[in-house]
Design a binder for this molecule. Structure first.
Ligand code: ADP
Length: 224
């Protein structure tokens, strides 16, 4: 799997109110990458994440998944593509309060009329340390546990790539550290491809490749 963004731009508004939220961003993501994108508030992080994951369409530029430009898909095709091939982790967890942890985790499969692979689900929930919490409702779990349930939900469809938008932003530093450790384990032990958006340099520096975004301009931080 390879993802390539070329000259991706997003301009909001028109006339005097024009805002260039993303300015010709280029990025190649290979299978097994662990990428962080760090920038201050308003720098274009969410815009980039929404474009990379097909949640929004750019003003110009292309985005290919294994050579296919996903913005050529119509909205329905794009939503099926996202559901099957992309996992999301949100700052606010976004769990459904009336469903148990297990029901939340398998929801993306049920939407696709699929049954969970129990062996994979068991491996995943053990790795995330939530295998003994699966019958609990979200409000019976700590913030860190809720985020770990959300990570399992993002991975249950075995997506090609997982995007995380400020995954530790709603957690205290101890739970945030644990969640980052889990994400690193998922990358190392399960070989998943991860892209994390953050404004926290401690989170950013855990990734294999680090990028910054400032005023809509994306640049890779040279690790050497
Ligand atoms: P970040 O996620 O880094 O906080 P965003 O991608 O949300 O930044 O925003 C980048 C810039 O684009 C900001 O100046 C923001 O005000 C502007 N912006 C974002 N979404 C919209 C929108 N729907 N309409 C107009 N301007 C927007």
């Amino acid at each position: 799997m390879q993802i390539e963004a070329k000259e991706l731009s997003k301009v909001y508004g028109n006339g005097e109110n024009t805002v260039t939220a993303l300015n010709k961003a280029g990025l190649k993501i290979e299978a097994g990458d662990f990428i962080s994108i760090m920038g201050p508030s308003g720098s274009g992080k969410s815009t980039l994440l929404h474009l990379l994951s097909g949640l929004d369409r750019p003003t110009s530029g292309s985005l290919t998944y294994d050579g296919r430009n996903i913005y050529d898909f119509n909205d329905k095709e794009l939503s099926v593509f996202r559901r099957r091939r992309i996992g999301f982790i949100f700052q606010q967890f976004n769990l459904l309060p009336v469903l148990t942890a297990r029901e939340n985790i398998i929801m993306p499969l049920l939407l696709d009329k699929k049954q969970p692979d129990e062996a994979y689900l068991s491996q995943l929930t053990k790795l995330l340390g939530i295998d003994n919490r699966l019958t609990h409702l979200p409000h019976e779990l700590s913030g860190g546990q809720q985020q770990r349930v959300a990570i399992a939900r993002a991975l249950v469809t075995q997506p090609d790539i997982v995007f995380a938008d400020e995954p530790t932003g709603n957690l205290d530093s101890k739970s945030g550290g644990e969640v980052m450790e889990m994400l690193q384990n998922i990358w190392k032990k399960m070989g998943k491809t991860l892209v994390i958006i953050t404004h926290d340099s401690r989170v950013a520096c855990m990734a294999k490749r680090q990028f910054t975004i400032i005023d809509g301009i994306l640049s890779e931080v040279d690790a050497s």
